[in-house]
Design a protein around this ligand. Structure first.
Ligand SMILES: [Zn+2]
Length: 306
């Protein structure tokens, strides 16, 4: 079974990318699967609108169908303790045998092996999409037996991400609003995440990963989806695109992610470039100066025009 992992910063467009891929035959979009355990404990909702532990896909995957809260809590703790961003280099470089001497990580890897396996059985999917984004969780995929891992590194202009994280956005899955993040914190987070994502990609099996810019994806979504489908050795069928930029989205079972995961019906993809006109110049300056080396590496311009 193939696992397509999407790595990238916050607000990089992974939700809509995952949603479109999830419409294809043989694909199942699980959303940000690393949050499976915490979302059950918080009573939050799946993409199908049911609480995660009442969803027909996730319920049978949870320990004792979700009743074993102690195990779920232990897995949530493990996910936060041993898969932090700074663990990524170690997860990529140490031998599997050495890493699995740690009981917390070994327990987590064992649980995730079961999650992917059961998802494959229940959904009959050939490709499971995991848009967890965090590089360390992507790095840990090399420890999981029985999967063919693929990687998309999704990058979005740091200024677009910063502006998006300054705007209040309601989260209909029961969590109130998405947190507001200062441009300083965002810039450091964006740099650290993308540098770690590049490191994960360098260690990934040859020919199984791809760098995609959010801006290119929303400008030509069908073309980019086609490239991803080719990467994982599948076909673009059925074609969810009504037009080059209009896509038909059905219900999904994303366990967590951006509120956009609840979108249904025909959705027109548009680049969110509001930051070019609306972002305060001081916020823009902070973001540009702190992220400049990577902005230039990814082909973003210093002063792009709207
Ligand atoms: Zn569901």
């Amino acid at each position: 079974m193939k696992v397509l992992y999407i790595v990238g910063s916050s607000r990089c467009g992974s939700t809509v990318l995952g949603n479109i891929l999830g419409e294809l035959d043989g694909f199942f979009n699980g959303g940000e699967i690393r949050f499976l355990w915490s979302r059950v404990l918080q009573g939050r909702r799946c993409g199908c609108q049911r609480p995660v532990d009442e969803c027909p896909v996730w319920k049978p995957i949870l320990p004792s169908d979700g009743r074993d809260r102690r195990s779920i809590r232990a897995l949530d703790d493990a996910q936060r303790n041993v898969l932090r961003l700074h663990h990524s280099p170690m997860l990529l470089r140490r031998s599997r045998w050495t890493l699995l001497q740690g009981s917390e990580l070994a327990g987590y890897v064992h649980a995730m092996t079961g999650v992917y396996e059961r998802l494959g059985q229940l959904t009959q999917a050939r490709v499971i999409i995991d848009s967890s984004k965090r590089p360390s969780n992507g790095a840990a995929l090399r420890l999981i037996r029985g999967i063919d891992p693929y990687l998309i590194h999704l990058v979005r202009d740091a200024r677009g991400v910063a502006h998006s994280r300054l705007r209040p956005k309601a989260n209909p899955d029961g969590a109130g609003e998405m947190p507001i993040v200062s441009p300083w914190v965002n810039a450091v987070d964006w740099m650290a995440t993308n540098l770690a994502a590049e490191d994960v990609r360098r260690h990934w099996p040859e020919g199984r990963s791809m760098l995609i810019r959010y801006e290119d994806f929303v400008a030509h979504p069908r073309r980019v989806i086609d490239r991803i489908v080719t990467l994982v050795g599948e076909r673009l069928a059925p074609d969810p695109f009504i037009d080059e930029n209009v896509v038909e989205l059905g219900p999904n079972h994303t366990v967590s992610g951006n509120p956009d995961r609840f979108q249904r019906g025909s959705v027109t993809l548009r680049a969110d470039m509001e930051w070019m006109d609306r972002m305060r110049s001081s916020d823009r300056m902070v973001t540009t100066s702190l992220t400049l080396p990577l902005l230039l590496r990814y082909g973003y311009r210093l002063h792009p025009q709207a």
